[in-house]
Design a protein around this ligand. Structure first.
Ligand code: URA
Length: 442
């Protein structure tokens, strides 16, 4: 069978199934330049239009995974488990669930990303802690995993390098949204950490990558099937992103919220963050086989929280990654005294029936809290604290939330965007959003 790029492209164009060799030739060629960018792009568009079978998606994932180094932590006896979220607004569970799961005896080698556009990133939240270093060498990463049971670092150039090249081509050719391409991109990077098990949090709603629940389900099923076919026990939760998760949106505010939750300081507004973190951590522990049932895993996770064991591991991690541990005793230290705040008020009386979470994320990014381009610098302190949730009754002038900013002009712009993102209606919503909508297992 010919492996000329034009023949591989033609076969996908004509809805034929590609062989493993053809997929390998594409991945190799895209990276080493033996496929011209226009040929790789043509194949990506053919995949976007015609899809891939489960086998093709599996092969694409494996070829991208093996385009770089695959970490081997087999000398660490604990099961290696991670979580990946498809991204949302106020989505901060990693900082809570990693120490929770580690306190239950699993090893969490978390390779995380930065925020881009309206969604946040774990690395930016961690860097809101003064001194915290996320660019660790792989030796340091390994040492922390051995000593603490979890560590969080940035993507290195050695892991799944094909994804970087292919993602850039997808971005430039409007082919990002193809499910097989998303699956191979996410899974090749996650599986490069040498995992035994993986729990996915696939978000759906106004602040999610997959706004429609049906598309989120399709993505979750494809992610779970691919993870399992690659030999990694994988499950996915489909969770609500029709309003920011918890109270805080913005790096330092979110990190503060996470430390407060680890300290047991939970409010009505932050309870959903705890609930989701506990469920994700429990599923990680159960999938790892450290506990014999999901029920016992949930109990173990709750014990790790109430005993302070998870907070203690978090504190040790902050210390080892160079951060100021005093934030664990006094999370308000994360916020500079120069930070100013203003209430965003409801323009009318009624019920909150919708929040455009992506617009909330965009408003925080505009104030300096997020990026348009990967190279942009961010202001970790700015953000938004939500008050009114979907279903709540508000009067005219009531607080919808509070903006925290440095620049008055940007703060005013953000307030306008956020106010316009709330839908206030005469009648209450027919139903309230359910946080955990579905669980997809193999
Ligand atoms: N996140 C990724 O890492 N890759 C995609 O393709 C989409 C979201």
């Amino acid at each position: 069978m010919s492996l000329r790029p034009q023949d591989v492209i033609r076969r996908k164009r004509d809805r034929e199934k590609l062989s493993r060799d053809e997929i390998a030739s594409f991945v190799r060629g895209a990276v080493d330049g033996t496929w011209a960018d226009y040929q790789s792009s043509a194949l990506l568009m053919a995949v976007f239009l015609n899809g891939m079978t489960d086998d093709e998606r599996h092969h694409l994932t494996e070829e991208m995974l093996h385009s770089g180094e695959v970490l081997d932590f087999s000398d660490i006896s604990k099961p290696k488990v991670d979580k990946h979220s498809t991204g949302g607004v106020g989505d901060k569970t990693s900082l809570i669930l990693a120490p929770l799961a580690a306190a239950c005896g699993v090893c969490v080698p978390m390779i995380s990303g930065r925020g881009l556009g309206h969604t946040g990133g774990t690395l930016d939240k961690l860097e809101a802690i003064p001194g915290f270093r996320v660019q660790l060498s792989l030796e340091e990463f390994r040492r922390l995993l051995e000593r603490i049971g979890f560590a969080m670092i940035g993507q290195t150039g050695e892991l799944a390098p094909a994804d970087k090249k292919i993602y850039a081509l997808r971005d430039a050719t409007s082919t990002v949204e193809a499910i097989p391409l998303i699956v191979a991109s996410i899974m090749s990077k996650k599986l490069a950490a040498g995992l035994d098990a993986l729990v996915l949090d696939v978000k759906t709603g106004t602040g999610a990558f997959m706004r429609e629940e049906e598309r989120a389900r399709e993505l979750a099923q494809a992610l779970v099937a691919t993870g399992n076919s690659c030999g990694v026990r994988t499950e996915a939760l489909i969770t609500d992103m029709n309003q920011p998760l918890g109270r805080a949106v913005g790096n330092a505010l979110e990190t503060k919220e996470c430390i407060e939750i680890l300290r047991g300081e939970v409010t009505e507004e932050t309870r959903p963050v705890l609930e989701l973190s506990v469920e994700l951590a429990a599923r990680m522990v159960a999938l790892a086989g450290t506990e014999t049932s999901l029920e016992s895993a949930r109990s173990a996770v709750l014990r790790a929280l109430s005993s302070g064991a998870a907070l203690e591991l978090f504190r040790r991690n902050v210390e080892e990654q160079g951060g100021d541990v005093k934030v664990c005793d006094d999370p308000t230290r994360l916020l500079p005294l120069t930070l100013r705040s203003v209430k965003v008020e409801s323009p009318q009386e009624g019920f909150v029936t919708g929040v455009d979470a992506a617009e909330v994320g965009r408003a925080v990014a505009i104030m300096g809290g997020g990026r348009t381009h990967m190279a942009d610098r961010i202001d970790p302190a700015v953000g938004y604290l939500t008050r009114a949730r979907i279903g709540e009754k508000v009067s005219r002038g009531d607080e919808l939330g509070t903006l925290c900013f440095h620049d008055e002009r940007l703060g005013r712009m953000a307030a306008e965007i956020i106010r316009a993102g709330y839908e206030i209606s005469e009648k209450p919503p027919a139903e309230l959003p359910t946080l955990i909508k579905e669980v997809i297992t193999a």
